[in-house]
Design a protein around this ligand. Structure first.
Ligand code: AMP
Ligand code: MN
Ligand code: MN
Length: 323
């Protein structure tokens, strides 16, 4: 059983590093800090390396321990959480240099890039996968560990709204609540708090929103210049893709954000029940989940828009054909 081997590797390692995906969300930061506390329960100190993340996650227990980098060149063990492939893993040199590697995730598009891979695409959050691990190891869940887990679950499910939330998710939430985890506080700190810069970006995204496919598709974007003008910090683009999705009749929301290397855009897509956006992003070398996926596409706004809309149109044609 993979979980037994993972336990053995953690117990055998003297130095452990925990890594996650770029532009880390609540599940990425939550699972990283939860994994750190799990290692601690097993008597191990682990380094969490996340060079950039939203300061809104600083309320998480252990956030002050997050490192930007490390002096350790070769860790005995590297653990990647909430990340589907090596390309998206930040500071991935610590992963490739490590003697042993473990991947714990919930993405259907996971490439199984570790020596040991514990991936459950049926879980709505990587934090729920970690909870399963804790149960198997019969480890105690402290309030701090529960707070990290709950944060990943709340943020990745949009507060228990998305499909993929199962009776087990609610059972886990009930268990964490009984451990003293403050669910209203986590809601407030994650889903109910936005930075001023995020609010300013929202205004621009709304202003530029375009509709396609008879109102079933929305498209909007932000550039590096926008981010500069509103003094955006890491994570300030979070949630912008959700704006289009909430409009009546919209099946696919497309949001693109200019990358550092100016001639490329990070694409975020969200969908309802009809279209599998992971398939569309896969065409561009990306991936994700059926209803939430991403990719990176070269070009300017108009070029990137055209490339995606062409594939979205095809997906609608295909969906019509299947009815
Ligand atoms: P995002 O739109 O960035 O919130 O991402 C939505 C989902 O798609 C997340 O589960 C990501 O892990 C996944 N995803 C985003 N960008 C990529 C990418 N370039 N390659 C693979 N998966 C991605
Ligand atoms: Mn994530
Ligand atoms: Mn996740």
């Amino acid at each position: 059983m993979t979980l037994d081997e993972i336990l053995k590797e953690i117990k055998n390692a003297e130095t452990i590093v925990i890594l996650t995906h770029e532009s880390p969300d609540g599940d990425a930061v939550g699972s990283s800090l939860a994994m750190r506390l799990i290692a601690k329960e097993l008597g191990k100190n682990a380094d969490v390396i996340i060079p950039e993340y939203s300061r809104l996650f600083n309320f998480l227990p252990g956030a002050s321990e997050i490192k930007k980098d490390s002096d350790v060149e070769k860790y005995d063990l590297a653990i990647a959480v909430d990340c589907a492939d090596l390309k998206r893993l930040v500071a991935n040199e610590y992963f490739t240099n490590a003697a042993k590697t473990i991947v714990i995730d919930h993405h259907g598009s996971n490439t199984m890039f570790g020596d040991y891979n514990y991936v459950n695409p049926a879980s709505p959050a990587c934090c729920e996968v970690l909870a399963g691990m804790l149960q198997y190891y019969e480890l105690n869940i402290s309030k701090d560990l529960g707070t990290c887990l709950m944060t990943g679950i709340i943020t990745d499910t949009g507060g228990f709204q998305h499909r993929g939330v199962s009776p087990e998710t609610f059972e886990l939430a009930a268990e964490l609540l009984s451990k003293g985890v403050d669910i209203p506080y986590i809601y407030k700190m994650t889903l109910r708090t936005k930075t001023k810069a995020n609010f300013e970006l929202q205004k621009r995204v709304i202003d530029r929103m375009e509709f396609f496919e008879d109102g079933k598709v929305t498209f909007s974007y932000i550039t590096k210049q926008d981010e500069k003008e509103v003094n955006a910090e890491p994570g300030d683009h979070e949630g912008l893709v959700e704006i289009g999705r909430e409009i009546e009749g919209v099946e696919v929301s497309i949001f693109i954000r200019q990358r550092e290397d100016k001639n490329a855009y990070k694409v975020s897509m969200r969908s309802g029940d009809l279209i599998n956006v992971s398939d569309i992003c896969f065409i561009f070398g990306g991936g994700g989940h059926q209803r939430a996926a991403g990719a990176v596409i070269q070009g300017d706004v108009e070029q990137v828009k055209k490339k995606i809309l062409k594939e979205v149109e095809k997906a609608f044609e295909k969906a019509k054909g299947m009815k």
